[in-house]
Design a protein around this ligand. Structure first.
Ligand SMILES: Cc1cc2nc3c(=O)[nH]c(=O)nc-3n(C[C@H](O)[C@H](O)[C@H](O)COP(=O)(O)O)c2cc1C
Length: 320
């Protein structure tokens, strides 16, 4: 089983952090369905910005399943260490550093995957965090900052020297954004040179993908992202199939429907006035995964109060 510092995870299939998607209610449901670990959406290291409702929702939540992992993005080693310490005080049990995000808003500030161009800065950030914190520090990277500059192995070696506990790696370079397909050769090479746990990520959507990647790369864990949108039960299906060696047993519709209601209700409670709007996104993914018609989707999106949203959802799901 995958171990991160003192934590032995219940499954080696993890949920990828995704800003705007992996909010606390969604993480809770993924954990209930057996995700080995979930990580918060990235939180800026600039503590002055933490007063916004968006940042507050990204801080560790007291009732979240353990271990609670919080991701931090930034460029300044001291600011990042300070932000991390603050998160630990608030209940974070693992700190994850974002060096995988290609989004301009993050990379323009030379954070996220742009950091992979600057090995000195990478070392300084990792040293600042591991020397200040008593909790495990993990790192999320890409294969490099461009296809020609796949330096994930060098970055992982620095991480290992600086006491990072585990690395997750998305099999694309920063330059790739989300284009093309992830490659696992860099991940395979990295795994064979690095002693700390390695978690593979990128375009892993089926049990066949998981079996292939575990076998080909020898990684310790698998991280899935977009495929879990609107399908949090996928963790149960994948875990069962991986354990039994048998084919996927689809989650019964009844359980899918009750999960959706519960999720939407939790979103209303957690985000209060913003809950209706945030729930729309998740509902859209659920309805796509259930193959609900566009007409019915638009009907539900027309709800103007949380109660109406739940009522419309019931109506459409009961008829499907
Ligand atoms: C909408 C969206 C938001 C994301 N936000 C983050 C983030 O906050 N931190 C991070 O490290 N990666 C982020 N990612 C990248 C994912 O963690 C993951 O590496 C990527 O989606 C590839 O995995 P997948 O093919 O299983 O989706 C994001 C991806 C998406 C699609």
């Amino acid at each position: 089983m995958l171990t991160i510092g003192p934590y032995t995870l219940k499954s080696n299939i993890l949920l990828a952090p995704m800003a705007g998607i992996t909010d606390p209610p969604f993480r809770t449901i993924c954990r209930e369905f057996g995700a080995g670990l979930t990580t918060s959406e990235m939180l800026t290291s600039d503590i002055d910005l933490w007063d916004s409702p968006k940042s507050k929702a990204r801080l560790p939540q007291a009732n979240e399943a353990e271990p609670r992992s919080v991701q931090i993005a930034g460029t300044d080693p001291h600011a990042m260490a300070r932000a991390a310490e603050f998160c630990v005080d608030k209940g974070a049990q693992i700190i994850d550093i974002n060096m995988g995000c290609p989004v301009k808003k993050v990379c323009n500030a030379a954070a996220g995957s742009a950091l992979m161009q600057d090995k000195i800065k990478v070392r300084a950030i990792l040293k600042a965090l591991t020397s200040k914190l008593t909790v495990p520090v993990t790192l999320k990277i890409r294969t490099g900052w461009s296809r020609k500059n796949r330096n994930a192995i060098e970055i992982a070696q620095i991480a290992e020297q600086e006491g990072i506990t585990a690395i997750s790696i998305h099999g694309r370079s920063r330059e790739d954004g989300f284009k093309g397909f992830a490659e696992y050769e860099t991940i395979r090479q990295l795994k064979h040179l690095i002693q700390i746990p390695i978690i593979a990520n990128g375009d892993i959507t089926t049990i066949e993908d998981i079996r292939f990647i575990l076998n080909y790369t020898d990684v310790d864990g698998i991280m899935i992202g977009r495929v879990a949108r609107g399908r949090p039960w996928i963790f149960k299906e994948l875990n069962q199939s991986l354990e039994s060696g048998l084919a996927i047993v689809p989650t019964p519709r009844k359980l899918q429907h009750s999960t959706i209601y519960q999720h939407v209700l939790s979103l209303h409670q957690f985000f209060s006035t913003q809950g209706l709007q945030i729930a729309r996104k998740h509902i859209g993914w659920y309805l796509d995964s259930l193959g609900v018609s566009k007409q019915n989707k638009l009907f539900i999106f027309g709800a103007t109060t949380p109660a109406q949203q739940l009522e419309y959802l019931h109506e459409v799901l009961d008829a499907s």
